[in-house]
Design a protein around this ligand. Sequence first.
Ligand code: ATP
Length: 426
Amino acid sequence: MMIHIGIDDTDSPNGMCTTYLGALLYREISRLAEPLDLPKLIRLNPNIPYKTRGNGAVSMSFNARKEDIPKIKELVLNMVESLSDFSHKNTNPGVAFLEGEIPKELTEFTYKAIREHVGIEEAEHIGEKVGAEIHKFKLGRGIIGALASIGHPLKEFTYELLAYREPEKWGTVRKVDMESVFRMDSLFYPFTHDNIDPFKGSVLITPHGKDPVLVGIRGIDRNRVILAFESVTFNEPVAFYQLYKTNQNTDEHLTFKRIGELKLYDSAIVRGMISKAYWEKGRHVFFELEDGTGRIRVAAFEPTKGFRRYVRKLIKGDEIIAAGGIKEHDGVLTLNLEKFYPLTLAPKIKYQKPKCPKCGGTMKSKGDYLKCKRCGYRMPKKLIPIEVPRDLEKKIYEVPPDARKHLSRPLVLPLGEEKILDVFNL
Ligand code: ATP
């Protein structure tokens, strides 16, 4: 019979990673039962404050003999109990087991958890409704991700190969040959992506924390992701690796919403007119967007680096599509911009002084008057409006790779552009 297992919230910034536990479980359970597919790494709403890093949850499905099911459950619970980082206050593991087909209600819950904030009780309620067995450790918030990852149909997906370190290396500097990563990227991009940041010349496949991940290689072609991994030179042992199927880079967190409907922690795409031109605070760039149902402050924060240059080119009256997450910043509901697309650009007018009507010389402002620098002719100050060409294209502008959410579809991938515009039939 079919059994689905979901786990989440086993890690903390001090160590562990739910994918590591998932990979160990997948290997152990595969000794007892037949895996129905690769394990799933499901990224949920990126705006949730309790996340450690990328708000990822893990699930896997097996065909098992009925009599082995209690053994499988025991194995999962024991492993979660022994490997989770219980010392951290924000680690609240959750496990879910579901037998048989995946009910529609669970899939609906999954999409809600990808796009909005959901509560632990709501997860408990849905778990009960669909007949899932849930196990909470501490607060047990992890049951949200555990259930949501089981419910994901993953019709559209990408891959991530995660390679793990030997435990004695955890917390030390990762020893990966950078040159080999650049070489790998030149051989396998675009079938694997986000290996490097070409603008900064930095490597993106290695995390920086104390977790057990050595590298993560993402891509759209399963075989090439594996070949890419094999082509990288490691100067420390690879403990083992696991290929995951994932909803990363699918943009499925972004659904159309009216500005007036936006709630804290939502992920959304909105369409609106810039009602207040940009201003800066610290190194962050802000502007205001309205759509007839409401107004929202939009932010391109400092880590979005060069992206802010394009945000500064937007002016009052521009109509744009904006995608991002809703967070509170300085007590104000703010859309953290992930991408934007200029729909119509307002004319940008610059006022110029005329040439001297008498001698063609250059005029200088003198209060309400203009005075010719050459012949001294004076006239009332009447400036000439000139339309300045707008320096923005009709294309999607996105944040750089290291500021991008795992769920966000990079423009380098097929349909990276269409996915956003489809919502508006553009
Ligand atoms: P990692 O990526 O290393 O696995 P993480 O970033 O996934 O870490 P977690 O430690 O899993 O972070 O914490 C995220 C917590 O938020 C989990 O308990 C998960 O169940 C919960 N959660 C996920 N999605 C939502 C949501 N939409 N609403 C409320 N809680 C959520």
